[in-house]
Design a protein around this ligand. Sequence first.
Ligand SMILES: Nc1ncnc2c1ncn2[C@@H]1O[C@H](COP(=O)(O)OP(=O)(O)OP(=O)(O)O)[C@@H](O)[C@H]1O
Length: 369
Amino acid sequence: MAARKAAVGFSKGLIEEVHRWGAMKQTGVSLRYMMEFGSRPTPRNLLISAQFLHKELPIRIARRAIELDSLPYGLSQKPAVLKVRDWYLDSFRDLRSFPDIKDKKDELEFTQMIKMIKVRHNNVVPMMALGVQQLKKDLNPKIDYEDLDEIHQFLDRFYMSRIGIRMLIGQHVALHDPNPPPDCVGYIHTKMSPVEVARSASEDARSICLREYGSSPDINIYGDPKFTFPYVPTHLHLMVFELVKNSLRAVQERFMDSDKVAPPVRIIVADGLEDVTIKVSDEGGGIPRSGLPRIFTYLYSTAKNPLDEQPDIDLGTATTMAGYGYGLPISRLYARYFGGDLQIISMEGYGTDAYLHLSRLGDSQEPLP
Ligand SMILES: Nc1ncnc2c1ncn2[C@@H]1O[C@H](COP(=O)(O)OP(=O)(O)OP(=O)(O)O)[C@@H](O)[C@H]1O
């Protein structure tokens, strides 16, 4: 990275520091630990948490900055990717130039700073999507997507790391809330009802479907609404929303011109001892077996990237990832982040079942790419 002209504005010393920190070991945290630690947000614990982040965030960010700079096929040189890389370098510099955190005043200032870092990185996903699109334009039409597996693997690592960084920052910031909602520890709801979250995510997906098509299939949810377990509702909401949106679209497309009534999308919530599993089933015609390997990739999307036309639009408020073809791969990362997983089983000619497994124990460590 040191020799590259693109790293303009960043001193040689800083780039060397990035490499030093990028080689240090990352420390993962489990959901259970975040919950137990966060349940006592005393000034002393907030101080410990800030000191941990002061050391941990630059390590994680440095690794990403280095990787962003060594991507194959010239992806690192795409303007959108350079921009993302610069955001990572800016944040690394901000963190490293912050002095040791010794008291409450330092802690509050540090919290403000990481809050700002989180905002700086809001548009990383669409910006990287733009970079990938710029690359695809160069490589077309001879592109062999199998060769791009390296880029797919990189994006999986990159977005997984981003989920972790944003979780750590968001959690620390949220612990400062003087009046947290009942049963909430930062981002974690200690008594989250998956049925309730599935209901709310379904309603959101349904209203998008209504807006797009003028009508929408029904959604039936089966499961005990009183069953709860500790999880991050925003993560679950995002995953169920993406799955239901896909199902609604498939059913709608299949039945809108037919005189048959569209069959409902069915959501089943099962509470096992190890896993809570949420199945989203539709009769939207399924996915051909030959197409299945593609559905979890970042590189096949045919959707237009809005940034391509208006590079300066504010995506901070836009619906996340709408139309990038990122719904499934990103949802799977969210599931895996806390030790779960996402599987898609299809019956071509009939429909699709998505199995979303969430680990109930909450003691799996963050995956740290
Ligand atoms: N339930 C389903 N039935 C039929 N096809 C599906 C279903 N779920 C996903 N697919 C197929 O998999 C592709 C990838 O889905 P994914 O959610 O990752 O992206 P997308 O829906 O195209 O875009 P985005 O979610 O970003 O708006 C879809 O475009 C669709 O072709």
